[in-house]
Each structure stands twice: as C-alpha cells, then as structure tokens.
Ligand binder design. Structure first.
Ligand code: URA
Length: 223
C-alpha cells in the first residue's frame, strides 16, 4: 500500500517535471499522506516522519521535531512549527516560547509538562521562522491528525492561528475564536494565542490565562 502510494507520488512529480515545473506550490491530493494509511503506533509513526521528504522543509532541517510527552495524555498542545532551538534539539517548544508554554502548563494548569503531549502542524523548521505555506502545512497535517488519533486526548489546545486553521479549516482571526471550546468529535478544541505572540504582546497574557482557566475547568468537569 505504502509502496503503491509512493510510486504514484513519484509518477505525479515526474509528470510535473516533464511539464516544465521545477517547483510546485500546489499540493495535489495524492501528495498528501492519508492518515488512514499511517501506523497506529507513535514510534512507528515517528520513524516515518523522521524519514519524510514530502516537502521542501525537509531540505534545510537539522532535526525532525516529531512531538513529545505522555503518549496517553488527556491534554495536547499544538503549535505551528519548530524554531531554531527545536530544529537543533529535535524537541518541540524548548526555546523562549517553550519556556513560556511550560510555565503556562505548570503554573496555571498545575500539571507537569511531561504529563501533556506537545506537537506542531509542521515537523520541520520553516526557514527564518516564517509561517508554513499551505502546501507545507497540508502535506504534514496527516501526521498531526494521526498523532491526535493515537494519543486520543480529551482536550486539544491550538496555539495561534496556524494550528487553529489547520485543525478546523477555518480562517477566522484567532482573536475572535480564542477561548471558545469547539466540539471536534473525539476531543474538545480550545484555541488560544501562540506563546511567541504573548512574548511580543504581553498584554494578551490576560486573555491566554483566561483560556487556560477554561481548559482547567473542562479537565476538572471530566474527572
Ligand atoms: N513555536 C512553535 O509553534 N512550535 C515550537 O515547537 C516552537 C516554537
């Protein structure tokens, strides 16, 4: 199944090349992995993601940042994509934004960071920390969807507009949707600001704190 998928993918790329295209910013649907074709095991999935070359981000990465945390977490955080520190360590949210996220988890939610699961929309660093292109985000999204399916959290907190957009297919501004829980089927999504945004706009920390209290009460309601 996997070999067939890869052969079709390669064929499509050769066709694009023969048509004179050196680079495509369009994601043909066959270039996206189907979450259903991915393994139901986090470590097997990690191996696949670590060998992924489906988009241009793979060319400049030092390390794939797959995600980390409790594989059975009730609470999961989803960011946008690795920054420089994450790219060099292979771990999500370990730079300045990560320090703030860790404080948000440990000082407001009062749970150790190791108890939650943390992942990103894209697993390889976008150059210069730019926002991932739709092609990059959509190509990588099946990995994230599979991670969510395997970890099976009750609550997912999307950090910033990119995570919100690619989990919901909704382009609404994050300032409008933040703090409002959304039923997503198997889990409840709580959108909030990205920690990097909070570092640049400390006055928004008040709202993020409020969003985390919403997360806390949702977790307590399910106990
Ligand atoms: N920003 C993100 O969105 N993810 C990280 O892992 C680090 C910074």
């Amino acid at each position: 199944m996997k070999n067939l998928h890869n052969a079709l993918l390669l064929k499509q790329l050769y066709l694009l090349k023969a048509a004179g295209q050196r680079y495509t910013d369009i994601t043909p649907s066959d270039l996206q992995e189907d979450p259903a074709d991915l393994p139901d095991d986090l470590e097997a999935l990690r191996k696949i993601v670590e060998g992924c070359h489906l988009c241009d981000l793979s060319k400049n990465r030092h390390k794939v940042v797959f995600g980390e945390g409790n594989p059975h977490a009730e609470l999961m955080f989803v960011g946008e994509g690795p920054g420089a520190t994450e790219d060099s360590t292979g771990r999500p949210f370990v730079g300045r934004a990560g320090e703030l996220l860790t404080k948000m988890i440990e000082r407001v939610l009062l749970i150790p960071r190791s108890q939650v699961y943390i992942a990103n929309v894209v697993k390889c660093r976008p150059p210069g920390n730019r926002v991932p292109t739709p092609t990059e985000a959509l190509t990588c999204r099946p990995y994230l969807l599979k991670q969510i399916e395997i970890v099976s959290p009750r609550i997912v907190v999307s950090l910033g507009s990119t995570a919100y957009r690619y989990l919901t297919n909704d382009d609404s501004p994050i300032g409008r949707v933040r703090g409002h829980p959304i039923a997503m089927g198997r889990y409840t999504l709580v959108p909030t600001f990205h920690p990097s945004y909070l570092l640049r706009n400390p006055s928004a920390k008040k709202e993020a704190y409020h969003d985390l209290l919403t997360v806390k009460s949702l977790m307590e309601a399910h106990k």
